[in-house]
Design a protein around this ligand. Sequence first.
Ligand SMILES: *[C@@H]1O[C@H](CO)[C@@H](O)[C@H](O)[C@H]1NC(C)=O
Ligand SMILES: *[C@@H]1O[C@H](CO)[C@@H](O)[C@H](O)[C@H]1NC(C)=O
Ligand SMILES: *[C@@H]1O[C@H](CO)[C@@H](O)[C@H](O)[C@H]1NC(C)=O
Ligand SMILES: *[C@H]1O[C@@H](CO)[C@H](O)[C@@H](O)[C@@H]1NC(C)=O
Length: 575
Amino acid sequence: MGMAIIQARTWVVFLLLALLSPSWPVAEASHHVSPDLQSLDAGLAADALRTGYHFQPPMHWINDPNGVMYYKGVYHLFYQYNPKAAVWGNIVWAHAVSTDLVNWVMLEPAIYPTAPFDVNGCWSGSATVLPDGRPAIMYTGIDGDGRQVQNVAYPKDLSDPYLREWVKPDYNPVIPPGSGVNATAFRDPTTAWLGPDGLWRLVVGTKDNHRGLAVLYRSRDFQSWAPAEGGPLHHGDTGMWECPDFYPVGDGAQTKHVLKVSLDLTRFEYYTFGSYDHANDTYVPDAALADGERGLRYDYGNFYASKTFLDTANKPRRVLWGWANESDSTADDVRKGWAGVQAIPRKLWLAPDGKQLMQWPVAEVESLRGNHVNITDRLVEAGSYFEVQGLMIPAQADVEVSFAVVGGLDKAEPFDPAWRGADAQTVCAARGADAEGGVGPFGLWVLASDQLKERTAVFFRVFNDDGKHVVLMCNDPSRSSYADHLYKPTFAGFIDVDLAKTGGKIPLRTLIDHSMVESFGGHGKMSILSRVYPTQAVGDKARLYVFNNGETDVKVTHLNAYDMRSAKISTEIDR
Ligand SMILES: *[C@@H]1O[C@H](CO)[C@@H](O)[C@H](O)[C@H]1NC(C)=O
Ligand SMILES: *[C@@H]1O[C@H](CO)[C@@H](O)[C@H](O)[C@H]1NC(C)=O
Ligand SMILES: *[C@@H]1O[C@H](CO)[C@@H](O)[C@H](O)[C@H]1NC(C)=O
Ligand SMILES: *[C@H]1O[C@@H](CO)[C@H](O)[C@@H](O)[C@@H]1NC(C)=O
């Protein structure tokens, strides 16, 4: 049946109408507000650095993914959006739907300021599909007094699988900041879950001075909520906890509960997992896991405010969405007319050894693969490199490669004792892709210009720490662009692979998408996302290389590189 066709322009006009009435005081937030930049003239949205298959709306600023869910055959992605500019502000819940997590139809915003309880902004939150099949959204509203309050919203028409219109009951807010709660640091409710006692539970992020807290609330009817008497589900001495997520992974006796928080102080995310007792709402992380900055991360790069959902359509699987902000300047964003991309949706599961979570791009992404280049058993001698030829647009590609260290691990560089306790990012800053090594650095140069003046390295480097091999995986964008005002951190993690046991083999997959370099090492043990802005290595001028800047030979046992078709992002609904 033919459905209404909503042109992009109509959509923008709709947004403007919806947003003209309320005034927009500057809310207390972790984002810098630039009122002078809130312009209707967004400039050029089309840009050589826009992504082809990562999720982006046609223009303007986006941040956190919100309320992700699967309902009646349709995936819903809501996200924080500024309908007026490429800088943070005027935040609404924009809405997109998909049947495959790859191609998207943009709908009108689902939730925007209309009432005293959200007049100053509709911030992040989550969706819960209730037992009767009805979805509920819980989100943070910024009320007339600038307080952060939690509100509920329900679909207006349950027979519409696109859930276009949402109704906010008058009894909102359902969770105001209680006494002792910091009303300007109280936000981002999780998806709710039902306990054996028939009570709903959810967690809200907050802080008490320097202590970050995941506060547990309970309700019998999803309307009247009270904080659990037992206190917060968890806390840490790490500053504000934003965007908490709490969910089970594994099955049967292996089930663990994951608690993820986004640390406002570092702008990175950390997780623990452990046991959760439904009877008394106690969460105890596994002893080996640390909270906060010493903890595990989903992604060791540019990835924040993430949220998972249970995809009941597939097996079921848990799918993770996260936001990748820009690493250029605000002036660049205003000129581009857009800022922010969603990372590729990732399937997430508990590693068989129970030591960490694993991630892999959802299989649907492979439906965009086109022209294929295949290399097998090619030696990459110490100090050499070669170009992978045959891709039509190496700036929009999916590369799977398996390396094997064939010259042994004897030459691995000693691990400097001064690095013990330091994070991998510090180590990679000291030993980047251009620092010759013993075993490695070896890996890919992506988004490279023909003279290699611009290139982003994704690589491995092996250290010898008193006889134990430590493997560093790193994205090094220090040469990624001629532009010198960009944020170019070397993002890195130590990857838990025992090369002695794998016969020196280590696999890598990198999704290259113009300004996005999203890498997965060790079959999903390590993820690192970087944003880069080449000036020469754009479109079909970009090149792809394999390099080995170490003293030890390595071999590419397999390399499969694919041109990626662009995802279809439309404003028209075809059914
Ligand atoms: C409450 O949160 C705001 C925003 O982060 C902060 O400026 C303020 O110091 C906090 N107040 C207390 C008492 O922690
Ligand atoms: C919660 O219950 C479990 C088992 O029922 C028990 O081991 C644990 O000590 C309890 N925790 C608290 C804080 O009561
Ligand atoms: C890759 O190339 C090898 C050798 O040319 C061939 O045996 C193999 O089937 C190819 N793989 C794919 C997926 O095309
Ligand atoms: C993304 O942008 C960089 C560069 O401006 C900042 O350093 C990061 O803090 C920021 N990340 C997030 C999650 O806001």
